[in-house]
Design a protein around this ligand. Structure first.
Ligand code: MG
Length: 293
């Protein structure tokens, strides 16, 4: 299923995409989830019902057309993550080379974990703010993973059972702020720096999360062009390692790192500027398009 958070008639609602591409509010299918966090929280109650009702609807063109939302705006699928987004740093082999060249960064054998404050995830089509104290604005297309069940001390082999679905994240970064403070937290946590979407694709529809094309273009110029198979630490390895002594609560969002091609790795770097259009795309999920304000 492709799940969305939409704004329709000034109300936020959760919707599912019908086979004909139309958006159906989950409430009209008998699923009373106030928002995506609640839908994930109560997936054991709601998941089967939603799947069944959607199948019925898809079998009846007229019913789907009747229920389809006519006027809406697509928001980030999880507009307000319950906790900071957990991020993997330098998790593609090719990005490791450019990142090491661009900043004072020493290759580490262990996975780098950091977090990103996301009080409000930026929407598909939302503006990426240009702050006057950021002189090196950068993009990072990443596969976002959403945890579906509280995960504690999970093995790599069982980690897949804890994954609710996948989305696209742009880990927008103010490089001068990121470097100045040594820890990356501030330079990656500014308001508007986490565009997410356009949807969550449930895990049952992605046969292999490590075989997805991942791209980013700026003003139509392809900058990142890779595949999730080049991740260094896999999604399952990350879930296993993170959960060894820390509960990953359901609804947790993990950003799994970005491939080569960020502005920081170019010589000279071509930073984002006002008016630039950034499109992050992952196969089977969709395109996340944002413009710099
Ligand atoms: Mg990143």
């Amino acid at each position: 299923m492709k799940l969305y958070t939409l704004l329709s008639e000034n109300e936020e609602l959760v919707a599912v995409e019908a086979a004909n591409g139309q958006m159906i509010s989950v409430e009209t299918l008998g699923v009373n989830a106030a928002d995506m966090n609640e839908l994930i929280d109560r997936w054991e109650d709601f998941g089967g019902l939603l799947k069944e009702k959607l199948a019925e609807l898809n079998a009846d063109e007229n019913a789907a057309a009747d229920k389809a939302l006519k006027d809406y705006k697509v928001l980030a699928p999880i507009p307000r993550p319950k906790q900071d987004v957990v991020c993997l740093g330098v998790n593609y082999f090719d990005h490791m080379k450019e990142a090491a060249a661009g900043i004072d960064f020493v290759k580490k054998a262990e996975t780098i974990y950091f977090s990103k404050r996301v009080s409000r995830a930026n929407d598909p089509d939302g503006l990426i703010p240009m702050y006057d104290f950021v002189d090196s604005l950068d993009y990072e297309a990443e596969l976002g993973v959403i945890i579906g069940k509280d995960a504690f001390h999970v093995s790599k082999e069982n980690a897949g059972e804890y994954i609710f679905g996948y989305t696209v994240i742009n880990d927008v970064s103010g490089r001068n702020v990121q470097k100045r403070h040594q820890q990356w937290y501030l330079g990656k946590s500014l308001d508007g720096y986490t565009p997410m979407g356009p949807c969550i694709v449930t895990a049952d529809e992605i046969r292999d999360a490590h075989d997805l094309a991942i791209r980013c273009s700026v003003n139509g110029e392809l900058r990142q062009n890779s595949n999730t198979k080049y991740m260094i630490t896999s999604v399952e390895e990350a879930v296993a390692e993170l959960s060894q002594g820390m509960t990953l609560q359901k609804g947790t969002v993990i950003a799994t790192g970005t491939p080569a091609g960020v502005a920081m790795g170019m010589n000279p770097p071509v930073w984002l500027k006002s008016g630039d259009e950034v499109c992050c795309e992952i196969e089977k999920i969709g395109v996340l398009r944002n413009v710099v304000s």
